[in-house]
Design a protein around this ligand. Structure first.
Ligand code: NAI
Length: 245
């Protein structure tokens, strides 16, 4: 369990990222919460501190290389090390292929895929020196299945799985594991935006007959972040209620 470990979580201010931060804090990890939304991140960090755990908020954009360097520097300045990185920041800009704007393609690939690359590159320097690290990328079931209207998002999440496996191979000799969690449909702001009919149709495709919760995803992240999960690397852990097997 990550007691005394230092965890950097991107997109930590709400939704799945917030749950991940709270779950790692509950296990005793010190939290570095990164997000573009300053007020929400500071509120989240206040919640973490109420658990009696040290935490800092870092305002940063994962698509900007200097921001990613700064967030890792801030973590090291505050806590001396970084043991866990969770690349959770993600966006959608849905649209059918024929109508998809180039800027929507670029925005999604930038945050979801390039952001994970930049954060991983920044943290890998620290983890390599420590000879310990746990990197966890939040992918998606639709990166495995595809989805109508989400060519950009599905491509970014499938790309994230390739990045996960490549980085797992490169960093293994330094005792750094790299894994992905592929959530199914999770009840958050992202899925609240779907019309009720669409949500009902989605639920009908899930053997466990419910949307997932952010805590379902956080539990999987806690497992992969644990010291005792050190023989698991390059994997995509599906947490999707059985909707894709
Ligand atoms: P959300 O939209 O509630 O939260 C995303 C967070 O990322 C926000 O706090 C936002 O401010 C932050 N963020 C966005 N762009 C950023 C940037 N450039 N730099 C730093 N922070 C940035 O989303 P949710 O639902 O919590 O999703 C979290 C992750 O889980 C995403 O990667 C998403 O693709 C993935 N996911 C979500 C599913 C769902 O059903 N909600 C299903 C599968 C995957």
């Amino acid at each position: 369990m990550p007691k005394g470990k230092v965890a950097v979580i991107t997109g930590a201010s709400r939704g799945i990222g917030r749950s991940i931060a709270l779950a790692l804090a509950a296990e005793g990890a010190k939290i570095v919460a990164v997000d573009v939304d300053q007020a929400a991140t500071e509120a989240m960090v206040a919640e973490v501190r109420q658990l009696g755990v040290e935490a800092i908020a870092v305002v940063g954009n994962v698509t900007v290389a200097v921001d990613t360097e700064k967030m890792i520097d801030a973590a090291v300045a505050a806590f001396g090390r970084v043991d866990i990185l969770v690349n959770n920041a993600g966006i959608t800009r849905d649209g059918l292929l024929l109508r998809m704007k180039e800027e929507d393609w670029d925005a999604v690939l930038n945050v979801n895929l390039k952001g994970a690359f930049l954060c991983t590159r920044a943290v890998a320097k620290v983890m390599t020196k420590q000879r310990f690290g746990r990197i966890i990328n939040i992918a998606s079931v639709v990166g495995q299945m595809g989805n109508v209207g989400q060519a950009n998002y599905c491509a970014s999440k499938a790309g994230l799985m390739g990045l996960t496996k490549s980085n797992a191979r490169e960093l293994a000799k330094r005792n750094i594991t790299v894994n992905a969690v592929a959530p199914g449909f999770i009840a958050t702001a992202m899925t609240d935006a779907l019309p009720e009919k669409v949500r009902d149709e989605l639920t009908a495709q899930i053997p466990l007959e419910r949307l997932g919760t952010p805590e379902d995803i956080a539990n999987a992240v806690v497992f992969l972040a644990a010291e005792r999960s050190g023989y698991v690397t390059g994997q995509v852990l599906a947490v999707n209620g059985g909707m894709y097997m």
